[in-house]
Design a binder for this molecule. Structure first.
Ligand code: NAD
Length: 424
């Protein structure tokens, strides 16, 4: 399943501006000086390339591609590549900045980046996509590099494209460089544990939040929106810890059972039905909107952005929201959620288990040594727990919601590093 990273957007406004609205609040609480604010806000590098590719009918078509390195202050920049006919520079800028904050929250030595090519992969042959990927790699040969900028899959790309990118980069350098990209197939140096990493991080942060809220997981109920990679793993791992999952959903609708849904059965059903829950008999059908406002202790939005907005936030009954998806809560819902006293473990913390294990992939490639699944899991759980504790302590210290606290942790780390390194 392709890894996707939509920006945390605010009711479909300009994604860069909506990311900045939360950044600005955190910067103000932190008392960030104007000069550092400007440095942290501005992308370090924005590259636009035009890629002539020979199509299967012999014609040459030119594709526009982008790579934005938002920051390389903490280390080489990291971020996915999106193949989408609607991708645009401002979106890529927002996504790149957002990767900077995400890596900083979990204390990974990476800056943030993002890339995109304006294309519709659903209308292209595998050969055309391969030539496009190789052309993009060559055009950005001076930007990419295991110590400079490390791409990964995003919307419209997956392990196949990462394999081509790694191969083209390696040919150009005259040696195998698998650490130039993450999200590779396992045989090319992908990491064990990457598939479940994001859902696992959601579970670990939910457990940590329940502990500080004095909630007993075995006496708690949950609803999970989205039953793809993140949602199904989060539901499975929460259920394993005793949380009763009353509702799950996907694009076909939501499914509810007062006695708790058997998640293993739901996953088996989905796998046998083209990835969808439609027709699942272990629960009653309800709507996705009902699921979000249902009476549960924990709500895990793990599907798409902007599902909790000013229109439904006042109806939410959960005590805890753990954001598996990117940007599921629009900025204009933040105040309502906060006034209701609901704790939100924000996306840049809750779903960062994915980038954490991508970092492990890079570490393993550089070591030339494969870690066991147990080692990956133990280390990623520790990173997620430490990140949660740090964000929680920051929210207590500044008396701010967890989302702003996560931005404060991230901005503070990048700002402090910048001050030590200095400019020109
Ligand atoms: P996926 O494609 O595997 O699954 C998405 C799920 O959401 C599917 O079950 C789909 O049916 C459902 N869905 C789609 N539209 C919906 C709607 N309108 N209402 C309810 N359900 C809907 O994707 P994923 O990898 O699980 O990603 C989910 C979210 O998590 C995205 O926001 C993604 O950016 C974010 N995320 C994913 C990762 C990762 O490692 N996969 C990492 C960080 C963040």
């Amino acid at each position: 399943m392709a890894y996707k990273e939509p920006a945390p957007i605010k009711d479909k406004e300009n994604p860069f501006e909506s990311m900045m609205s939360r950044f600005n609040i955190a910067a103000e609480v932190l008392g960030l000086d104007d000069e550092t604010y400007e440095v942290l806000k501005s992308p370090a590098r924005q590259v636009i390339v035009n890629l002539p590719v020979t199509m299967d009918d012999g014609r040459v078509k030119v594709f526009e591609g982008f790579r934005v390195v938002h920051s390389n202050i903490l280390g080489p920049s990291k971020g996915g590549i999106r193949y989408d006919k609607g991708v645009f520079l401002d979106e890529v800028k927002a996504l790149a900045a957002w990767m900077t904050w995400k890596c900083a929250v979990v204390d990974i030595p990476y800056g943030g980046a993002k890339g995109g090519i304006v294309c519709d992969p659903s209308t292209m042959s595998a050969g055309e996509i391969e030539r496009l990927t190789r052309a993009y790699t060559v055009a950005l040969i001076d930007t990419f590099g295991p110590d400079q900028d490390i791409p990964a899959p995003d919307m419209g790309t997956g392990p196949r494209e990462m394999a081509w990118l790694m191969d083209e980069y390696s040919k150009t350098k005259g040696m195998t460089v698998n650490s130039v990209v993450t999200g590779k197939p396992l045989v090319l140096g992908g990491s064990l544990g990457r598939v479940e990493a994001t859902g696992r991080g959601v579970m670990v942060s939910a457990m940590a939040a329940m502990e500080v809220l004095g909630m007993d997981p075995t006496q708690s109920t949950a609803a999970v929106q989205g039953f793809g990679n993140v949602g199904s793993w989060a539901a499975k791992l929460l259920a394993e810890r005793g949380v009763k999952i009353l509702g799950v959903s996907d694009v076909s609708g939501a499914y509810w059972n007062d006695n708790g849904i058997n998640i293993e059965e739901a996953i088996a059903y989905k796998n046998a039905h083209n990835g969808r829950l439609e027709g699942f008999l272990g629960a009653e059908p309800i709507s996705n909107e009902e699921l979000l406002t249902s009476k549960v202790d924990v709500l895990v939005p793990a599907a798409v952005e902007d599902v909790i907005t000013a229109h439904n936030a006042h109806l939410i009954q959960a005590k805890l929201i753990v954001e598996g998806a990117n940007g599921p809560t629009s900025a204009n819902a933040d105040t309502i959620i906060n006034e209701k006293g609901i704790m939100v473990v924000p996306d840049i913390l809750a779903n960062s288990g994915g980038v954490t294990v991508s970092y492990f992939e890079w570490v393993q490639n550089r070591l030339g040594y494969k870690w066991s699944l147990d080692m990956v899991t133990e280390r990623s759980d520790r990173i997620m727990t430490e990140a949660f504790n740090k964000v929680y302590a920051t929210s207590q210290k500044f008396n701010v919601p967890m989302r702003i606290a996560a931005y404060i942790v991230a901005i503070d780390k990048v700002a402090q590093t910048y001050k030590f390194r200095g400019g020109f």
